[in-house]
Ligand binder design. Structure first.
Ligand SMILES: Nc1ncnc2c1ncn2[C@@H]1O[C@H](COP(=O)(O)OP(=O)(O)OP(=O)(O)O)[C@@H](O)[C@H]1O
Ligand SMILES: [Mg+2]
Length: 456
């Protein structure tokens, strides 16, 4: 990801999100800056803080979508959270520091996956040997070799040769899947952790840190012998060898470095913790509390996780919110200052809707075509029909609530309701949606305010 240029990042985002160029450019620059920072001489590197971003825009215009696509692109630990899920420290609920703990967990899993990938060939080799040991219990060349030291008679040599050859034969059978129906007995670890539920004020995650680890050292894993088919045995043994080969300390160290240097936290629904001036009593106080708790994390502080202390100085924060009730200026000033970059996403127009319906890789029209293809139904839309749907979407958005591109989902569902229902009974057919069909099915509803308020 970080070797992608801003232009390339925007091009990737363009595959899924229509328009919103300003926001795309801004996140692209922010990502590129992380890579730039790491090329800078070391003494200056620590001084360069990430420039956090707020994306502002009405509902359904692609804020969360940008974050989601960015996450898929990013090869760095990426966490998406909803600001409204957190509560002030001291109250029941998730405290904001848990986002860093979660990010670290994501980092660990990421590094683990990579390590597993690298270790897999070795683990597969070891697992194969172990299966062969089980299949050929008596004449293990390894054991024979030891006795060979004492008496290296010719007989013995021959015996070894035979054993070796048998083993290779079995190896070939194994690799060709000829032994897949055989059953073997393997020993597997069963976790003997007693099932207990513990309620702590911090929820289950605090228990995660302390008690679970403690418990597992009290109750060491028991082993259990099981008879399983060869492929299953192989899979289990590979897994076992993998966890044996994995250097946990190295994983944690790498993950910590990666989280601290390249981690990204996407804070969605930031507006939900901003309090509009009108009501600055009651629950709002707690919202401000959350904001205040956020400050040190965004500014850079040390957060305790079960894998050690994580410094948050260089973690990038991207926030998003509709901000139609509250304004960014309703956030406490310190938070405002920590998000110097603002990207405004624009409301979507008829033209955007046409493109959203057809262009993205996961475009709605494509989705429905594929869904109905499973019923042997070929669905086509004329471009005028698409245009008509876009017009209707815009119209309803203007008259009722503007819910952006989400309106297209409701329109599409309504339009295809009958076809979706009847499709299995129709047999193999081809249906082309024309603008007449669109207006026939939808215009009555759109024209009537009352109906569209409920149905679309
Ligand atoms: N610009 C766009 N291009 C393509 N699809 C879009 C665009 N904007 C929205 N969509 C589609 O609309 C749906 C809702 O978008 P998204 O979740 O990004 O909204 P949002 O801006 O986060 O809104 P909210 O403020 O309600 O959270 C998604 O399924 C997305 O695919
Ligand atoms: Mg959203």
């Amino acid at each position: 990801m970080e070797t992608l240029t801003p232009r390339q990042i925007v091009a990737e985002l363009d595959k899924y999100i229509i328009g919103q160029n300003k926001a795309k450019r801004m996140v692209a620059i922010a990502l590129r800056n992380r890579w730039r920072r790491r090329q800078v001489p070391e003494d200056l590197r620590d001084e360069i803080a990430p420039k956090n971003i707020i994306m502002i825009g009405p509902t359904g215009v692609g804020k969360t979508e940008i974050a989601r696509r960015l996450a898929k692109l990013a090869e760095s630990p990426f966490l998406k959270v909803e600001a409204s899920k957190f509560t002030e420290v001291g109250y029941v609920g998730r405290d904001v520091e848990s986002m860093i703990r979660d990010l670290m967990e994501i980092g660990i899993n990421m590094v683990k996956e990579e390590q597993y990938e690298a270790l897999r060939p070795k683990a597969e080799e070891l697992a194969e040997e172990r299966i062969l040991d089980i299949l050929l219990p008596v004449r293990q060349p390894r054991k024979l070799r030891r006795s060979q030291l004492q008496s290296s008679s010719k007989e013995n040599d021959e015996e070894i040769d035979v054993a070796q050859r048998t083993r290779e034969k079995f190896r070939r059978l194994l690799r060709n899947g000829k032994l897949d129906d055989r059953e073997v007995e393997i020993e597997t670890q069963v976790s003997s952790l007693p099932v207990v539920e513990i309620f702590s004020p911090g929820g289950t995650e605090e228990m995660d840190i302390n008690i679970k680890d403690m418990m597992s050292s009290f109750f060491p894993g028991k082993t259990k012998r099981r008879r399983v088919k060869v492929p299953d045995a192989l899979r289990t043994l590979v897994q076992e060898e993998l966890s044996r080969l994995l250097d946990n300390e190295k994983v944690i160290k790498t993950a910590k470095g990666r989280v601290e240097q390249t981690g990204i936290v996407f804070v969605d629904e930031l507006d939900k913790i901003a309090s509009a001036h009108a009501s600055s009593h009651g629950p709002d106080i707690s919202r401000e509390g959350v904001q205040r708790d956020l400050l040190p994390i965004i500014e850079g502080s040390n957060v305790n996780t079960k894998h050690g202390v994580v410094k948050t100085d260089h973690i990038l924060f991207i926030a998003a919110g509709a901000f139609h009730v509250s304004k960014p200026s309703d956030l406490i000033p310190e938070i405002q200052g920590r998000f110097p970059l603002r990207a405004e996403l624009s409301a979507l127009t008829r033209n955007d809707f046409v493109r959203i319906l057809t262009e993205p890789k996961n475009a709605l029209v494509k989705q429905y075509q594929e869904l109905l293809k499973t019923e042997n139904l070929t669905l086509e839309f004329t471009s005028e029909a698409i245009e008509e749907m876009a017009i209707l979407a815009e119209e309803v958005n203007e008259r009722a609530e503007n819910i952006g591109a989400r309106r297209l989902h409701t329109i599409m569902e309504k339009l295809l309701e009958e076809i979706s229902f009847d499709a299995p009974d129709m047999g193999c057919v081809e249906i082309t949606i024309t603008p007449e069909m669109v207006s026939e099915r939808l215009s009555d509803i759109v024209k009537s305010d009352d109906l569209s308020r409920y149905i679309l």
